[in-house]
Design a binder for this molecule. Structure first.
Ligand code: SAM
Length: 285
């Protein structure tokens, strides 16, 4: 049997991951890639990564593809991650929505790299709390997407460990919006769960949503892309956002040099981006 060098095998899988996800595996991280490929081989009952490579030559699809995409992604998340962002959503976006739409136009939100769902659950809780504080009803829906089926399966369950709920969730909100089950895990209540729809979406692929969004959370996902990848994804995301609507990036991320379609707005110590209105010149053209 012809044996390929490990380097060639690792380069092959690194290229596949880059093509599908835009995530670049630097050569100095190949040892990590090798460890992860060995884990996949074990899961598939295959002895070596040479055999895994041979298997890949028949085509990488279905569960095999998901396993490969999973090993390349970092799914770190927590409830109310970067709390000032949630304060800014309340102070700026919800307050403005309430003034502009007293009769309850639907607020359409997208959590674009949802991971295990904490971001969308936090947003839904924030809106429910704001509505009850203001004594109003807010009609909203959250679409939460991720490339990884594994994290979405967890997100759809709406079930979180003690450790997970301790990360960022204030106790009164835990008691109000979660129920502890017989396995000592915390279940999101239907009132919140029913506001969120989870679905698979690779941000590198074309996007299709029925309505423009009023708010997109695209946090801590573009960091893994090169500049061209970031621009390409931002361009696509921007088209799904209503004029004057909001985009939120991760706390260490910025649109500087990536897009001219937004103006930045500071609120509660967070920077959020607002899609510019089409200029009159463009409208007339
Ligand atoms: C670090 S988590 C961020 C979760 C959440 N937005 C937050 O900030 O807490 C990044 C998520 O992006 C997803 N992801 C990575 N590349 C993606 C792509 N090309 N399309 C869609 N999701 C992607 C990963 O699967 C992972 O769940």
């Amino acid at each position: 049997m012809f044996l390929m060098s490990h380097d060639k095998i690792l380069t092959f899988f690194a290229h596949f991951i880059e093509k599908e996800l835009g995530i670049i595996y630097a050569e100095h991280n190949y040892f990590q890639l090798k460890n992860r490929l060995e884990e996949i081989a074990k899961l598939k009952g295959i002895e070596t990564i040479e055999r895994l490579y041979e298997e890949a030559q028949k085509g990488i699809q279905g569960a095999f593809k998901q396993l490969l995409l999973d090993i390349a992604t970092n799914n770190e998340t927590s409830f109310f991650r970067d709390p000032k962002v949630f304060k800014a959503i309340e102070a700026l976006i919800l307050a403005e929505y309430q003034k502009k739409s007293p009769f309850g136009a639907r607020l359409n939100i997208w959590s674009a790299a949802a991971s295990t769902g904490q971001e969308s659950v936090s947003t839904a809780i924030l809106i429910k709390e704001f509505a009850s504080k203001m004594g109003v009803n807010i009609n909203f829906g959250i679409t939460a997407t991720d490339i990884s089926e594994r994290v979405l399966t967890r997100a759809r369950k709406g079930s979180y460990s003690q450790l997970e709920v301790q990360r960022g969730l204030p106790a009164p909100l835990l008691i109000k919006y979660f129920k502890k089950d017989e396995n000592d895990t915390w279940q999101v209540v239907p009132e919140i769960k029913n506001c969120i729809q989870f679905r698979t979406q690779n941000l590198k692929e074309s996007l299709s949503f029925p309505e423009p969004f009023d708010l997109i959370l695209c946090r801590n996902v573009l960091i893994y892309q090169n500049v061209e990848g970031k621009k390409e994804i931002l361009n696509r995301i921007t088209k799904t956002l209503a004029p004057g609507a909001f985009l939120i990036m991760g706390s260490g991320e910025s649109l500087l040099g990536l897009s001219n379609d937004y103006e930045s707005v500071s609120s509660e110590g967070a920077v959020i981006y607002r899609k510019k209105m089409p200029s009159l010149d463009k409208k007339a053209a």
